[in-house]
Design a protein around this ligand. Structure first.
Ligand SMILES: Nc1ncnc2c1ncn2[C@@H]1O[C@H](COP(=O)(O)OP(=O)(O)OP(=O)(O)O)[C@@H](O)[C@H]1O
Length: 504
């Protein structure tokens, strides 16, 4: 159905694709894997007409093609949903779906079209809802419906589950499977090897811009895929790949030790970060955080577990000083690092070089001339220390792959050993090797005396990292002792026998 051969693309001095090949069969799900910066997004941007490769051929339904724009690709039946959504937040679902279509906008027709497509596809959506009022899962459905409304036969999804809670991710993957069973093709860029093996028919692995493995999913294993991602021969039982794979969060159900109660690590000492009966109201006057009380000591990792919408994002921003409490008392040290989940919106100046992005740390506290030379040097060190793949300190942030942007932001916040560090979804968008490295950096920061707070939408990751866990439910925070099941029950509002109190 789609066939790419010999695709080569350079961005200046960076060889992003090097003779890559990729073949998608009709009616299949094709998972595209590769470590951060391997070239997955770039290859799919070539398919979608966003980039013209310097070499290589593409065939679509048996005929050579070259799409000069996404409009071209869409008109031929190829759609793409990007890692960062492209919806207009202040517009309705129907308006967004109609955007970029042809002819005049007729509200009734646009709404009917959304209803028809979303019902046919089994992706429920209210056409009248304003996009900025929708949870992220519904925004993603809107992106998919927008593509399907153009009658696409090949849908490219770039890390679609990264932004979803586990139950939503499972639903989306089930939908992807059904959609392919109905005769359509889906390309799924993902870092989750287990998802690839579970849902895909075919799997391609890129390594440094080259296709190093293409296989039927049924003929491969997680270890072979991990080895290929690391550039090792898939049939060689690469020791290092296995070691790394052992640290993967996604296999966490069998490797995560059960959380066994409040364990303040030996190195933990005085409280450096605290909320005392804190409340926070949003602009509409709705109280999102009720009476939260919580303490974090130097040298411990406090995990926050919550289902989406429980007030956890607000809690983290209160701790990080990005929101001011409406009532109650906040204790916060001078140097607090914050790694928000949406690095594009909240953590980076995308069109500025990396060394200017480094300067954003403690930006409000700077006085006098900017020490640009020192910032370039410290940025270069940061790139090495945190294995950020970028041409250098002057590279523009936008040109880094998604995972490398994430590693950069974390490195920047950790670099000057803050007294406290607040991290939201630390491994979002990271390959398994980078995930293990980031989790280790958080432990290292704890061991060096930083008070670390981690929220992850993946409960296994919270349990893996945390010394103590607080659960947020309906705007309230409670410390919960006990295992994963106790925490899971508390997330859904169930009482926990070991609940040791907090904020009610
Ligand atoms: N616009 C650009 N300008 C310069 N370099 C770029 C640009 N876009 C991507 N690159 C580089 O091309 C390489 C491949 O990036 P790409 O985004 O395709 O990787 P990826 O496999 O999708 O990674 P991730 O899993 O981190 O999203 C990286 O080295 C990246 O820095």
């Amino acid at each position: 159905m789609l066939s790419l051969r010999g695709i080569t693309h350079r961005f200046g001095g960076v060889l992003a694709l090097d003779d890559a090949s990729f073949v998608v069969r009709p009616g299949t799900v094709h998972a595209l894997l590769g470590e951060n910066g391997a070239g997955k997004t770039t290859l799919m941007r070539v398919v979608f007409g966003l980039l013209a490769p310097q070499a290589g051929d593409m065939q679509w339904r048996g005929a050579p093609v070259h799409f000069s724009s996404p409009a071209n690709a869409l008109a031929s039946g190829i759609g793409m949903v990007h890692q960062h959504f492209t919806l207009v937040p202040a517009m309705t679902v129907a308006e967004n779906v109609a955007l970029g279509g042809h002819g005049a906008y007729h509200p009734a027709a646009a709404e009917a079209r959304v209803r028809e497509v979303s019902t046919r596809a089994g992706l429920p959506l209210d056409p009248h809802a304003r996009v900025d009022t929708l949870p992220v899962g519904a925004q993603q459905r809107c992106e998919i419906v927008k593509a399907l409304a153009r009658d696409v036969q090949l849908l490219i999804l770039d890390e679609p589950t990264a932004v979803l809670a586990p139950s939503e991710a499972a639903e989306l993957l089930a939908w992807v499977r059904q959609h392919a069973n109905a005769g359509n093709a889906v390309v799924l860029i993902t870092h989750k090897l287990r998802d690839a093996l579970a849902v895909a028919d075919d799997i391609t692995v890129l390594h440094r811009g080259r296709t190093v493995l293409t296989t039927r999913a049924a003929h491969t294993t997680q270890d072979a895929l991990a080895a290929a991602m690391l550039g090792e021969q898939p049939d060689v039982s690469g020791q290092s790949a296995e070691q790394v794979a052992a640290g993967i969060t996604e296999t966490a159900s069998h490797v995560v030790p059960l959380h066994s109660g409040t364990t303040v690590p030996e190195g933990a000492s005085s409280t450096v970060l605290a909320l005392d009966a804190v409340r926070w109201r949003d602009a509409r006057g709705v109280e999102r955080v009720h009476h939260a009380t919580l303490q974090v000591r130097a040298g411990e990792i406090v995990g926050i577990a919550a289902v989406e919408g429980a007030g956890q994002h607000e809690l983290l921003r209160l701790l990080a000083g990005r929101l001011e409490a409406t009532a109650g008392r906040v204790v916060r040290p001078a140097r607090v690092g914050f790694v928000p989940e949406d690095r594009h919106r909240d953590a980076l100046l995308l069109d500025a070089p990396l060394f200017e992005n480094t300067a954003l740390r403690n930006a409000g506290a700077r006085r006098g001339r900017m020490p640009w030379r020192a910032l370039r040097e410290s940025t270069a060190q940061l790139l090495t220390r945190f294995d950020v793949r970028a041409p250098g300190a002057s590279a523009v942030a936008r040109t880094l792959s998604g995972g490398n942007q994430q590693k950069f932001v974390l490195g920047r916040e950790l670099a000057d050993q803050p007294e406290a560090l607040i991290v939201e979804n630390p491994s979002r968008g990271l390959d398994f090797k980078a995930t293990a490295a980031v989790q280790q950096s958080l432990r290292d920061a704890r061991d060096a005396g930083t008070a670390v707070v981690v929220y992850s939408s993946d409960l296994d990751e919270v349990m893996l990292l945390a010394d103590r866990v607080y659960v947020m439910h309906a705007g309230q925070a409670h410390e919960v002792r006990g295992d994963r099941d106790a925490v899971g029950r508390a997330m859904l509002g169930g009482a926990s026998a070991h609940n040791v109190g907090g904020g009610v």
